[in-house]
Design a protein around this ligand. Structure first.
Ligand code: ADP
Ligand code: MG
Length: 699
């Protein structure tokens, strides 16, 4: 008999090949995985628009009406088929770029249809390309009315024929098959109190909603459940930690720290940096393990705080490590730390995936016998082979790329867990951060180093490109360096790559050798080549750095004063802010030029204007929060802060608060969850903590 752990291979229409594809592309293995694979949006075919009332945005819309005429219109390449569609009051165009013959044979003029598709606006004229047209009298049989799930997908799945239709059929079949297996996971008390939908109903409704109201209820129930169990875990962990987790007491702030602080500090610390260093010193001396989140806008000077903390660890005869999300960033930290600590009796090593052979062996040995004091690296640091003699402090830079699980992995490397400092430029309101991280204390650097001039940001169109180039030339003439960044979105890697190469070519034409040197860095290069190109730019040997977003995080070249972002409309706000943060790091006036493509939506205009208006990371985060749709690639879900399936810690703050409050009350009242009325919760909680994944608990 099938259980929720049965492989999806056994579903009708799936089979071994598709099962493998679904596993590789979406990580779906079992019935359970698929049940909890939630739609990231819904197509609303419950309402009809008239042409006059169409929303002034790109949206999916449904209209009743008739085709008045069909005609072929020649265009640059080939032809397009254009239908004039009337709802009885007004008319609009519907367009096809392929499949003309078939469509012409299928469609009848002056016959009632329901048209559905994605609306575009050309000035004041609405149009739908490749609409779905269903004869009105067949609409009922085809079940087109209502809300339709849209599941996350990939290009590969679509190419291999596993589109939305197959996904829908498969999930429907699965729900039918497993309907008796769903058990309730929340207590009767909670369900009553919050008027939550029963679990089995919620699972049905979230995939196939009867209406928007039911959908909202189903989502609320599942979001609550997800957040509630995360909060239970966090609060429980925090309680245990407060009671038990001892840390190495770093009692003294010793000679290394003092020597560096008095003799080598390259600048005076800002008030905020001083305050945070003090907070960290207190933690480190307390005898309890430090778990601190250090937030500070890009350029706030987090690295120096990290460096000083590491010196305290070494003063107390422990090792320290710093983990960065990318190889480039690790390289750069390594270089700048080595330079900073040049005059001190310290050994700093770099460990990344591309450090191999003898070099690697030597580093691993040095770590074990304590010769290496500071290790900088990427994910390579958390491999099992990396063993420290006595790791006392682990710093994780730009944490939003690291998952909680990876953080935990560091802790298992010693008898006592090392102190942990997580540094991030992702601005999260304090209250929210508390409930997301739960177990972390928080420090904030809310002050930029003095003398920084606010970055001037402008939006420019392609037509203004020559002026932009001229401006860049002037800046280079003043001795400055320039970044030019291209988008890199996984789904269309090839296209992005082409854009990047074309861009590089045209830059090279306008900025020819030998007067101008250009570096190029992108994700398809070997790490060593990337590092080489980056290094040339850092050392000022090249004037222009043409790159994809690999340079997004942390790269520090104070002499760079212009950030040009190509196709800026394709970036999310937080990413734009991160990118802009690469300039404005020196004393010179810096500029950010957002190159806007021709296709810009209302949303992208808001984003670009926000960037032009403010430099404040928190303000930008707030706008971002207001605008962001679910399923946005830059959403918190994908950021690795928490792997959430349905809730969004930014958008569902109300539910999060309730969940946190109720979880806390529950644990205060019944810490072991022993009361009979908490049996369901106890059992579910036990399953989660053994299975790790919040959603892997029902079997
Ligand atoms: P982030 O917080 O984004 O990691 P960094 O640590 O890279 O920022 O610092 C950005 C730049 O500011 C670096 O060039 C750094 O040397 C410089 N900096 C940091 N703190 C100060 C300070 N107190 N005074 C002057 N410059 C500083
Ligand atoms: Mg940094």
């Amino acid at each position: 008999m099938e259980t929720l752990q049965t492989s999806i291979e056994y579903l009708k229409g799936v089979g071994p090949n598709r099962a493998q594809l679904l596993r590789e592309e979406l990580g779906l293995r079992t019935f359970q995985d698929l049940l909890h694979f939630f739609p990231n949006r819904y197509i609303d075919r419950s309402q009809f628009y008239t042409i006059a009332s169409l929303p002034k945005a790109t949206a999916e819309v449904q209209i009743k009406g008739q085709i008045l005429s069909l005609k072929m219109v020649p265009q640059k390449r080939g032809k397009r088929l254009v239908a004039i569609f009337s709802d009885g009051q007004s008319t609009m165009e519907m367009v096809w770029f392929r499949g003309h013959k078939w469509i012409q044979n299928q469609l009848k003029t002056n016959h009632p249809y329901i048209a559905f598709g994605r609306l575009s606006w050309y000035g004041q004229k609405p149009s739908i390309a490749h609409p779905e047209l269903t004869p009105e009298n067949e609409a009922e049989n085809q079940h087109i009315q209502g809300l339709h799930p849209v599941y996350p997908s990939t290009e590969k799945l679509v190419n291999k024929g596993v589109g939305q239709r197959i996904m829908k059929q498969t999930v429907a079949q699965l729900l039918q098959l497993t309907r008796t297996h769903f058990t309730e996971t929340l207590s009767e008390g909670l369900i009553q109190k919050l008027q939550l939908m029963p679990r089995s109903e919620a699972l049905h409704q979230v995939h196939f909603p009867s209406n928007t109201h039911q959908l909202a209820n189903a989502q609320r129930r599942l979001k609550f459940e997800e957040l509630f169990y995360i909060q239970l875990q966090l609060i429980q962990k925090n309680r245990l930690q407060k009671q038990k987790i001892k840390g190495y007491p770093f009692e003294s702030v010793g000679p290394l720290f003092h020597d560096y602080y008095t003799n080598f500090l390259p600048f005076q610390l800002t008030g905020a940096q001083q305050r945070v260093v003090k907070e960290i010193r207190n933690d480190l001396g307390s005898g309890r393990q430090m778990n601190r989140l250090l937030q500070g806008d890009v350029g706030a000077g987090k690295t120096m705080v990290g460096l000083l903390s590491m010196l305290i660890a070494i003063d107390n005869h422990y090792q320290a490590c710093m983990m960065a999300p990318t190889e480039i960033l690790a390289q750069q930290h390594y270089q700048s730390l080595k330079e900073a600590l040049n005059n001190m009796p310290l050994s700093v090593a770099l460990l990344t995936g591309s450090v191999k052979g003898k070099e690697r062996t030597a580093i691993l040995e040095g770590l074990q016998n304590g010769e290496v004091h500071i290790l900088i690296g990427t994910h390579a640091l958390i491999e099992d082979k990396v063993q420290f003699k006595n790791l006392g402090l682990a710093i994780i830079d730009e944490q939003h790329r690291f998952g909680v699980a990876q953080r935990a992995k560091l802790w298992q490397k010693n008898t006592l867990p090392p102190h942990v400092l997580v540094m991030t430029a992702t601005p999260i309101p304090r209250t929210l951060a508390m409930s997301v991280y739960g177990d972390l204390d928080i420090s904030i650097i809310d002050e930029l180093p003095p003398g920084r001039k606010p970055i001037k940001t402008v939006v420019r169109s392609d037509a203004q490109r020559l002026q932009v180039f001229k401006f860049i030339k002037d800046q280079i003439g003043l001795g400055r360096q320039i970044y030019v960044v291209y988008p890199l979105i996984q789904e269309s890697e090839k296209m992005d790559y082409k854009d990047l190469m074309d861009g590089h070519e045209s830059m090279a034409r306008y900025f020819p050798l030998p007067n101008y040197q250009i570096s190029i860095v992108h994700g398809q290069m070997k790490p060593a080549d990337k590092a080489y190109e980056m290094e040339r730019f850092v050392q000022g040997k090249t004037h222009i750095m043409v790159a994809t977003t690999v340079i997004e995080v942390g790269v520090n070249v104070p002499n760079a004063s212009v950030m040009v972002i190509e196709s800026a409309e394709r970036f999310g706000l937080s990413q734009l802010h991160q990118l802009r943060g690469r300039v404005g790091r020196g004393a010179d006036q810096s500029f950010c030029i957002l190159m806007r493509g021709n296709k810009s939506s209302e949303d992208s205009r808001t984003r670009l204007n926000t960037m032009a208006r403010t430099n404040d990371g928190f303000e930008i985060a707030e706008v971002d929060l207001k605008m962001r749709g679910p399923g946005d690639l830059m959403g918190t879900q994908q950021s690795g802060v928490l792997q959430l399936k349905i809730a969004d810690v930014m958008k569902d703050q109300e539910i999060l608060k309730t969940a946190r409050h109720l979880a806390r009350t529950l644990l205060e009242e019944d810490p072991q969850l022993q009361k009979p009325e908490h049996r369901t919760i106890r059992q579910t909680y036990a399953k989660i903590t053994t299975h790790k994944n919040i959603w892997n608990y029902i079997s």
